[in-house]
Each structure stands twice: as C-alpha cells, then as structure tokens.
Design a protein around this ligand. Sequence first.
Ligand code: SAM
Length: 245
Amino acid sequence: MAAALRRTFPVATLAAGARRTSAGRKPGSLADSCLADRRLWDQLHAHPRLGSVPTFDWFFGFEEAQGLLMPFLQEAKAASPARVLDVGCGTSSLCTGLYTKCPHPVDVLGVDFSPVAVAHMNSLLEGNQDQRPLCPGHPASRLRFMQADAQNLEPVASTGSFHLILDKGTWDAVARGGLPGAHQLLSECLRVLSPQGTLIQFSDEDPDVRLPCLEQASQGWTVSVQELGPFRGITYFAYLVQGSH
Ligand SMILES: C[S@@+](CC[C@H](N)C(=O)[O-])C[C@H]1O[C@@H](n2cnc3c(N)ncnc32)[C@H](O)[C@@H]1O
C-alpha cells in the first residue's frame, strides 16, 4: 500500500510523516486518485483491527481530543442533550468516547459513506459476541451511526441542528478528490451547524494551507486554529469554525 495510506495501529496519519496540503499533491499518486473513493474506504475499514482494540483512529483518538471537546459540551449543556455530528466517523473512537465518557447528556450521530464502517460501529454499539453493548456516560445520552455522504447531509440532518460538528481527517480525504468536494463538505457542515455552534476539523495540514481555504468558504463565521500535540512526535491542528457565541 502506498506510503500516503500507511496504516499504523492504533492511529494513522494521512501524511505518513510529511505534511500534505490541500493543493499540489504529487500527480498520479494513489492518494490523489483514491482517497475520495468509497470502495477504497470500504476495503480499509474491513481491514482487521489488531488485538482487542475495537476502534481505529486516524491522527489520534478520543483520549487526546477530549480536553478540547469537553468544554464545548459543557457550554452546550443548556440545549440538553447537546447534539454532536461526526462527519466521516470511520471506526474512530470519537463518537464512542463522547457517548461513554461525557458526563453531560449528548446526542451523537456518526455518519460515513462506507457501509462497512457504519456496520462495524453499530455492532460495537449494540455489543457482539466478544463485547458488551456500550454504556452511556449520562443516562439521557444517545449514539447512532448512519451511512450518509457528508457532501449531502440532507437525508440525515436538518439545517442548524447540531451544536458541535467534528471532522477528523474527512476534509483531508475528500480534498484528495479535488477542492470543490471539500468545499461542498464544508458547506454542508455549516448548513447543519447551529448558528451558535462550532465545527472542528482535526488535521495535520498546515495552517498556511487550510486557513485560507476555510476563511474563503466560511464567510460570516469565525475561523481560528489551535495546535494539538505533539502526539507520537506529530503536531496536529484543530481548525475551529464558529458562529456567534
Ligand atoms: C481519514 S478517514 C478518518 C476517519 C475517522 N474520522 C478517524 O478520525 O479515524 C476519512 C473518513 O471519511 C470517510 N469519507 C470520505 N469521504 C466521505 C464522504 N463524502 N461522506 C462520508 N464519509 C466520507 C471515509 O470512509 C473515512 O472513514
């Protein structure tokens, strides 16, 4: 498998050690042609997981992200439960971590266009032969996984309905198929985001590349960036797109 797609367990990076950019990919690389292709993701998500770890995270997992995420859920507590959407959730630990560890009521929806990823997460949620069903951190919390194209969330999400939207590596994957697709993904996220809500894109892409893209496509919203990590030697970024608070 090409270096750009190297999967290291339990986390993976799209950059395989070197920073990638939304523009200027190496022409003809596997990363260029396939990362926006659902069939490739079905294959990757069907890859067996090592040992007893039931989730697989790109970049980093819930443990590393929770310090940033929890204050947003605390803030959204008045909405009880806070509605959270993870676009391109894959088989990551973000949704399950929020559901099982958040002490406030949360209503979490993970969507991915890969039916393989969605089936895996549903079996994890409901429990299977080896594992018990997941238990919520708050009795009023909810977790669902649905197959959906994050570039068209119309069938699963109504306008302005989520307080927090998470995108960990999904813009990065979609942008490999061209920036118009990534802009469509962003536009859908902003459509379903509450006017007081926050979209967080987690990525290893440099701010000098990502920020201009986000600023241009998120007019009327406030865009900022925070450094995360380093985790296992790599510094990541949380790109925040926020409405009025
Ligand atoms: C780099 S992986 C990140 C997965 C997960 N968020 C994580 O952090 O481990 C990108 C994910 O986006 C999904 N994806 C790519 N394009 C998508 C689209 N148009 N709609 C929904 N999911 C998509 C893939 O199936 C894959 O699960």
